[in-house]
Design a protein around this ligand. Structure first.
Ligand code: GLV
Ligand code: MN
Ligand code: MN
Length: 428
């Protein structure tokens, strides 16, 4: 994708972006163990509502047209030179966080999108295509599975009534919680197809920092497999039951956790595997656990390899169930195949970053993102900025202010190029 950049000198208001990031991070703010400035805004909680209200107030301040859809995605549009709002060049991300989140995951892409549109408006540029920015509901999946729920429903990958019925970790449903916080909007799902979708995000890994580079042009997102495994054994007295006669669900859970780790190491990079949660019942010092529930997160950039890892885990669980005299069942929480982004979008992001003087690298994303759902609808791409020490989903998550601003300026130029170019996208 070759592209003219007629407004190459245009910049976002960096101080304003940092102020808004700071203001949003105050909602759900908490301190990590060493005083790190974390952020905790699980999807569709009161904190999420307050965060949404703040970002919507920013959208209103900028005079954008706001559309809230039935799954709670919020889209703000600046019409094109003829006043049309259809087929915008859309920036977006999410503002929900994991319970122990940081300040930038998701929030950066949304607030930078707003900054980009603001810069274009301030310069008085009438664009050939509308510009828009969105935040999508429940990207994290930390309260409701699957992750990327809002963008999945937007893209038509899950019917709305099924999404409404999803029960979260606290027993509440998506539909009830959306209505409770006042974000079950009236715009239809699936949503209208944008001309293109661009997401700026922190890398959330160590690659850019280790290479001394400032921008990643993201080539795609690896496949994700989440499952909940339930192990049913028999509770009994911890002092009187001989080891050979136990049906210990806790022990079996520990074996699964160990297997996931060993499997990922044996298969080698880019295979990763995580057991992020284990709950034992009844959870008492002197009772052999009757049941265990654990989550398994497996990811790989290659679909066949991911399927192989899933099969190995299934075989292991079957053997373990027999050996230990326990029952093991599994329920899928999320399953998404790897996604490759549009080659022209990758090239545009890379060349734009280079024209702004940034050192770049093409790289896959280890984390899931709304862009992988939007890629089902339109050309989609992502811009990564470095994460200090590669830390994310952690209150210590940090990206240097200069990198945040550089990423936002690249987003601005990419959006503007897509909105103005006759060559890159079909005529509006
Ligand atoms: C979601 O953001 C994930 O990658 O876990
Ligand atoms: Mn994110
Ligand atoms: Mn995240």
């Amino acid at each position: 994708m070759s592209a003219d950049l007629p407004h190459l000198a245009l910049r976002i208001d960096g101080a304003r972006l940092l102020d808004r990031l700071q203001a949003l991070a105050q909602i759900g703010a908490y301190q990590g163990p060493n005083g790190e400035p974390g952020c905790s805004r699980l999807a569709l909680t009161d904190a999420d509502r307050a965060g949404r209200d703040l970002v919507v107030s920013f959208m209103r301040e900028q005079g954008l047209q706001i559309r809230i859809d039935a799954i709670g995605n919020v889209l703000a549009i600046r019409p094109d030179h003829r006043g049309r709002v259809e087929q915008p060049v859309l920036a977006g991300s999410h503002i929900d966080t994991v319970r122990t989140g940081g300040r930038y995951d998701g929030n950066l892409g949304v607030l930078a999108g707003l900054s980009a549109i603001e810069a274009v408006a301030r310069a008085g540029i009438a664009t050939r295509r509308p510009l828009a920015v969105a935040f999508f509901t429940n990207e994290e999946g930390a309260r409701f599975s699957p992750d990327m729920l809002g963008s999945l429903v937007y893209a038509g990958g899950l019917p709305l009534d099924e999404a409404y019925g999803i029960r979260g970790i606290d027993g509440a449903t998506v539909g009830d919680e959306l209505r409770r916080i006042g974000y079950a909007g009236s715009a239809a799902c699936p949503g209208p197809v944008p001309a293109a979708y661009v997401e700026l995000h922190i890398e959330q890994g160590p690659v850019l920092e280790a290479a001394g580079l400032r921008i990643g042009a993201v080539t795609g997102v690896q496949g994700i497999s989440w499952q909940e495994i339930t192990i049913t054994g028999q509770s009994n007295h911890a002092g009187t039951t001989p080891m050979a006669l136990r049906h210990d669900a806790g022990y079996a859970a520990a074996r699964v956790a160990t297997f996931v780790r060993e499997l990922a190491c044996e298969l080698g990079p880019p295979q990763v595997g995580t057991v992020g949660q284990i709950t034992l019942f009844p959870g008492l010092v002197n009772v052999i656990p009757a049941t265990a529930k654990l989550t398994v997160d497996l990811r790989h950039t290659d679909e066949q390899s991911l399927q192989q890892a899933e099969a190995r885990l299934r075989e292991f669980a079957a053997r373990l169930a027999q050996q230990e005299g326990v029952q093991i069942t599994s329920r899928s929480l999320a399953r998404f195949a790897p996604v490759a982004f549009d080659p022209q979008m990758i090239a545009l992001i890379e060349s734009t970053a280079q024209r702004l003087g940034a050192s770049t690298q093409r790289m896959p994303s280890g984390a899931g993102h709304d862009a992988q759902m939007m890629a089902r609808l339109c050309p989609a791409g992502m811009i990564f900025t470095p994460s200090q020490r590669g830390i994310s989903h952690n209150p210590a998550e940090c990206t240097a202010p200069d990198d945040l601003i550089l990423g936002a300026n690249i987003l601005l130029q990419v959006m503007l190029t897509l909105a103005q170019s006759e060559a890159l996208l079909p005529s509006p």
